[in-house]
Write a protein that binds this ligand. Structure first.
Ligand SMILES: NC(=O)c1ccc[n+]([C@@H]2O[C@H](COP(=O)([O-])OP(=O)(O)OC[C@H]3O[C@@H](n4cnc5c(N)ncnc54)[C@H](O)[C@@H]3O)[C@@H](O)[C@H]2O)c1
Length: 396
């Protein structure tokens, strides 16, 4: 960042499309407002990792080179959505009106969301319709490339199906009208097939099927996921390595979470909740390197709105088996934590795409609870890997 708060600009050329699935949700709206405010130097890039060195020196697309669009099932205009977030204290009260033009431009690029059709429509038709929207967006704005970021409502885990085993079987099933993919994977398929990179910020299935990895490699596009690491899990991935490095043995790690907002409401459905619990579940054991009792509980409390609280209780033992405890409380504003990471991921993934990367972007594990292609959950090591990777691409 420059001394006056402006974001150091890279040397990327061309405008890049950022296509948000769930484009009028809390995270998407905060990301669009934030990008507009950063492009006009109205705010500091607090929480934006790609605005810190050494990433800030890489030729990532600048904030004023990002063009937003997306798919959404809600009609509420972005300015109205941003106004509600400002009333809740997620955004500065006057900011939505200051970026009203940018919000109107993004609104004009939002297309009706896709849902899994149970009336017999072939899923391939839905994929083709999503693909057409993406191609039209890319050509209408003369974009050098488009990154699709899923920030839609969390889905329940997808059931395994024999058609997931290889690309020809999957194509055949989708052509012949079998609903073998959840919505997030229809979007992922359409994005990769249209030559767009794909980021899954949610715990949904998205591109997390071997067949979709095959499609990404066939189309020479990268993808990243899944489930943005913004709160309790972020703290776990920073704290667990401390116990390991001091040879202290963690006996149990219990996490209790309460949250409100649209995300909290989605997670009040037990099937959808299962996706989130699974994506949060592996971090402690993977970071510590041994099996440990680590239950996670998440409850929806409507009154909390965009705020979430995590209480964690860690029981551990030291020299001669002496038992000790640590407790922490994390109180976060959901979208204020998530939106800058969405911007980081959009910039880094489109940059990787421009540099010829394809398939799962393992070095982006730093941003995720359940990173594709990686069991590394040590936050420091993840950041080192990220920075080395970007510097390698920059100098390569
Ligand atoms: N906020 C965080 O800290 C955080 C961290 C990690 C992951 N996430 C994930 O990000 C996602 C978004 O969170 P949020 O707080 O913005 O939720 P939200 O409920 O405010 O937004 C989700 C949006 O998706 C839209 N949507 C639902 N189905 C759709 C479809 N088929 N097509 C297009 N749009 C559709 C909804 O209308 C809504 O506007 C969630 O899955 C959440 O788990 C959030």
């Amino acid at each position: 960042m420059e001394d006056d708060g402006r974001v150091a600009s890279g040397s990327a050329s061309g405008r890049v499309g950022v296509w948000l699935i769930g484009a009028r949700g809390s995270v998407a709206t905060t990301a669009i407002v934030g990008a507009a405010a950063l492009a006009r130097s109205l705010v500091r890039p607090t929480g934006v990792v790609s605005a810190t060195e050494p990433l800030a020196s890489a030729s990532l697309p600048d904030f004023d080179h990002l063009v937003f669009g997306g798919h959404e099932v809600s009609d509420a205009p972005l300015l109205k959505r941003a106004g509600l977030l400002a009333e809740e204290g997620v955004l500065p009260l006057t900011l939505p009106a200051m970026v009203a033009d940018e919000l109107a431009e993004a609104d004009a690029n939002i297309r009706p969301g896709a849902t899994v059709d149970t009336t017999g429509k072939r899923p391939m038709e839905t994929i083709e319709r999503i693909g057409e929207d993406l191609r039209e967006f890319r050509s209408r704005h003369g974009l050098s490339r488009v990154v699709v970021v899923n920030v839609s409502s969390t889905e329940a885990p997808a059931e395994a199906h024999p058609a997931h085993s290889d690309l020809p079987s999957l194509r055949e099933a989708l052509e012949s009208g079998h609903a073998v993919l959840p919505e997030s994977s229809l979007y992922a398929y359409a994005a990769l097939d249209a030559g767009c990179s794909f980021v899954d910020f949610t715990p949904s299935t998205g591109a997390r099927l071997p067949t979709l990895e095959e499609l990404a490699l066939e189309k020479n596009v990268p993808h990243a996921g899944r489930d943005g690491k913004t709160g309790e899990t972020l703290v776990k991935s920073a704290l667990a390595p401390m116990f390991s490095s001091r040879a202290l043995r963690v006996r149990s790690w219990t996490g209790m979470n309460v949250l409100g907002g649209g995300d909290g409401e989605s997670l009040s459905d037990p099937d959808r909740l299962q996706s989130k619990v699974e994506s949060k579940g592996q971090v402690v054991e993977d970071a510590l390197g041994y099996s440990v009792e680590s239950p996670v509980r998440i409850d929806y409390v409507r009154d909390l709105g965009e705020w979430k609280t995590a209480w964690d209780h860690i029981s551990f033992e030291g020299f001669l088996g002496t038992r000790m405890k640590m407790h922490f409380i994390w109180e976060g504003c959901d979208s204020a934590l998530a939106a800058p990471l969405v911007l980081d991921l959009a910039r880094l993934t489109s940059y990787a795409h421009a540099r010829g990367e394809k398939g799962a972007l393992v070095p982006l594990a730093f941003f995720f609870k359940d990173p594709a292609g990686s069991r590394e959950h040590n936050l420091d090591r993840q950041l080192t890997e990220l920075c080395e990777w970007v510097m390698g691409l920059e100098n390569g």
